[in-house]
Design a protein around this ligand. Structure first.
Ligand code: GRF
Length: 202
């Protein structure tokens, strides 16, 4: 199977994904990197490895799904630190094959406007004693698709948002590659009510 990764920033999740491919922890190919911020860290990392890079939304956004499918042979999509809403055409074309990682425990601390550092600021402000990361399948809204897996991180009431962010980011680098591996291997079952179940690698 072939994967496209969407990035908007430094690309630490992309680097963790690439390392997992390298180590054989994800089987398949990293086919392309898509970004709304050409030149960002993730974009540069892709170029350094000669991985094709695609600007988002590009001159014809409705064409992106076909380009990914027919030009790059993409089967699955992972949003890794991607901050834009993906077009409904992409959601429809890659049904049950687009996952996103959110640095909070959805359904809490998510949705439009709650991304990146803003999530951790909201968590600290709330006095919550736990936070974490969530991998979910994407639908046409922000952060509302069915949850696939989560990590959990303790929050000390004196933690700064930056300290919380660092703890969460560390768990993202484990959670997302494991979810991608399952997606690429077809190790995801679906409950009758539409909740996905990650089947462990044997
Ligand atoms: C980070 O805030 C991460 O928690 C979230 O996206 C942001 C950038 O991630 N998922 P990355 O370093 O670009 O992967």
């Amino acid at each position: 199977k072939r994967l496209a990764v969407f990035v908007s920033g430094g690309g630490s999740n992309l680097k963790a994904i690439q390392a997992a491919f390298q180590a054989g922890a994800i089987r398949g190919d990293l086919a392309a990197v898509v970004s709304d911020r050409p030149g960002c860290g993730g974009w540069q990392f892709a170029e350094s490895l000669q991985i094709p890079t695609i600007a988002f939304p590009g001159d014809d956004p409705a064409n992106l799904p076909r380009t990914l499918d027919e030009v790059h042979g993409v089967d699955c999509v992972a949003l890794a630190g991607f901050l834009k809403l993906i077009p409904v055409e992409l959601v429809q074309h890659f049904r049950r094959a687009i996952i996103n990682i959110h640095p909070g425990l959805l359904p809490a601390f998510g949705g439009k406007g709650l991304y990146g550092q803003r999530v951790h600021k909201a968590v600290v402000a709330s006095g919550a004693r736990f936070t974490g990361a969530t991998v979910h399948f994407c639908d046409e809204n922000y952060d509302t698709g069915p949850i696939l897996s989560q990590s959990i991180v303790p929050v000390h009431p004196e933690d700064t948002p930056a300290q919380v962010a660092a703890k969460v980011l560390q768990t993202e680098h484990l959670l997302l590659p494991a979810a991608i591996s399952a997606l690429m291997d077809g190790r995801i079952a679906w409950r009758a009510d539409g909740i996905p179940v990650l089947l462990e690698a044997r």
